[in-house]
Ligand binder design. Structure first.
Ligand SMILES: Nc1ncnc2c1ncn2[C@@H]1O[C@H](COP(=O)(O)OP(=O)(O)OP(=O)(O)O)[C@@H](O)[C@H]1O
Ligand SMILES: [Mg+2]
Length: 470
């Protein structure tokens, strides 16, 4: 593919010099003296990369960078800046510049930076982009899935929805049990009735009892008036009992009666009320061992277990991961008004390799954070709390892909890269590096120590015998 580079440089000699260098390199080059002209050019023609001076008459380099990020987010911008203003370069990276060149620079540096930026852009094209039809094709209501495990769940939902059978949904935390429960309700004959959820694990026994069954006036101190319970509220609808394993033995007896006889009494009440509710229960704990110890009643188990639904953990249905990730990307892109619309290859590999202990809920949070922090249209890398991947070696981070990092980390990485490139250019010679950087040696040592950069690592590093940390 033809590479078109747009140079924006007000100084005529530099501009023409750079133009010649890049033409020699085989690029199609267009060179303009101002940001305003650059914008005119960019609106008319596609450009692979913009090489832009920081200081320009009129609109400056940073403003142009902002404009390109906004209207041509896929076009990388390289900022050219003087030594003394390395902070500017770092802040330009923070604003989404693809890279920077410290002036004066040699042919070799331009060649390297451009190659790196354009290569990264190629990699970015290897992305999975949002396509709304994907989620529509592989979903059941709001529940996404194409894995055999989820297709089986959909089948069960379809089969039981129109019956009034009690359903027990089992699965790890965050796999989507509540979503399944709501979907069963939405397809049932009771769909116009209420769906009432009760978390049995969140309330102490006495509270759960009055919450579920309601109470009569005077039932206990403070019961100054009659209060309806969740079962009352769920009449002609569905009662969803979440974390059912956490019910006390006494509560289990009361629930059993609702299931067996379809009746209950309010706390402190004598009237027997008919419970016209369908019960769907969920648990993230295996109930069988609890039955063995007597913590969960066997008769209740079999009453709940009429129709069991197993929602598999995410790591056992990896084919659903990209589908879900794109779905959440669309959700948060809309919510935060961002233009990000794709995952890069590495982010995808990360997702597929990770074990997802928090399942779909965790995936959703990870994507949310990535959308919030991402500066470009592509999410390159994810920040996974408990990464299963081996730690990355220093060599591997030499060319950081900053767009997926939190801003702070990204700035640190940008600065680290500046010192490393400098030391590479000077082959680890500190005196020469100090001269080029034009900073006091005290500052130099303070910064490189803070960033973990060691000049000795940069002494002709491609020769054998140079220690390379793993
Ligand atoms: N297959 C799916 N498609 C789309 N969104 C899903 C899917 N599974 C889960 N989610 C989303 O993930 C989050 C967690 O799901 P949900 O609350 O249903 O999990 P849960 O199994 O009830 O978890 P817990 O055991 O912690 O109560 C919700 O935001 C839900 O919308
Ligand atoms: Mg839940």
């Amino acid at each position: 593919m033809e590479r078109r580079v747009l140079i924006v440089e007000d100084e005529a000699i530099s501009r023409n010099h750079l133009r010649l260098i890049l033409q020699e390199e085989g690029y199609q080059v267009r060179a303009v003296p101002s940001a305003e002209e650059a914008i005119r050019h960019l609106t008319e023609e596609d450009v692979s990369c913009v090489l832009c001076d920081w200081r320009l008459p009129g609109m400056d380099g940073m403003e142009l960078l902002g404009w390109v990020r906004r209207y041509h987010p896929e076009t990388p911008v390289v900022i050219m800046t003087a030594y003394a203003t390395i902070e500017n370069a770092v802040s330009a990276m923070g604003q989404g510049a693809a890279d920077y060149l410290a002036k004066p620079f040699g042919i070799e540096q331009v060649r390297l930076v451009l190659a790196r930026v354009l290569e990264r852009q190629d990699l970015q094209r290897e992305v999975v982009r949002l396509r709304s039809e994907v989620s529509r094709r592989y979903s059941f209501d709001q529940i996404l899935g194409r894995s055999p495990g989820m297709l089986k769940v959909f089948e069960v939902i379809r089969a039981v929805a129109e019956t009034d059978a009690t359903v027990l949904i089992q699965g790890e935390t965050g796999v989507g049990k509540e979503l399944v429960a709501r979907s069963i309700h939405a397809h049932s004959l009771r769909k116009d009735g209420p769906f009432v959820a009760v978390n049995c694990g969140a309330l102490a026994e006495a509270l759960l009892e009055t919450e579920l069954f309601g109470h009569e006036k005077g039932a206990f101190t403070g019961a100054i008036r009659h209060r309806e319970g969740r079962i009352d509220l769920a009449q002609r609808g569905t009662l969803f009992l979440d974390e059912v394993s956490e019910m006390s033995p006494a509560m289990q007896v009361r629930l059993l009666r609702v299931l067996q006889e379809g009746t209950y009494e309010r706390v402190g009440g004598t009237e027997t009320i008919r419970a016209n509710v369908r019960v769907i229960a969920a648990t993230n704990r295996d109930l069988r061992p609890l039955m063995a110890t007597g913590a969960f009643r066997e008769d209740l188990y079999y009453r709940l277990h009429v129709v069991p639904v197993e929602v598999p953990p995410l790591r056992e249905r990896r084919e659903d991961i990209p589908l879900l990730a794109l779905h959440f990307l669309a959700e948060f892109r809309r919510q935060f008004g961002r233009s990000v619309d794709a995952f890069g290859r590495e982010a995808l590999d990360q997702m597929l390799a990770y074990s997802w202990p928090g399942n779909v809920r965790e995936l959703r949070h990870v994507v949310e954070r990535a959308v919030l922090l991402n500066q470009t249209t592509v999410i390159e890398r994810l920040d996974l709390a408990r990464g299963d991947r081996p730690p990355r070696g220093r060599q591997a981070t030499d060319c950081p892909e900053p767009s997926g990092m939190p801003l702070r980390e990204f700035l640190v990485e940008a600065e680290r890269r500046y010192w490393r490139d400098l030391l590479d250019r000077q082959r680890g010679n500190v005196t020469a590096a100090l001269k080029e950087a034009q900073v006091p040696s005290k500052t130099f040592y303070r910064r490189i120590r803070a960033l973990g950069v060691d000049p000795r690592d940069h002494r002709s590093r491609d020769e054998p015998g140079t220690p390379k940390p793993e």
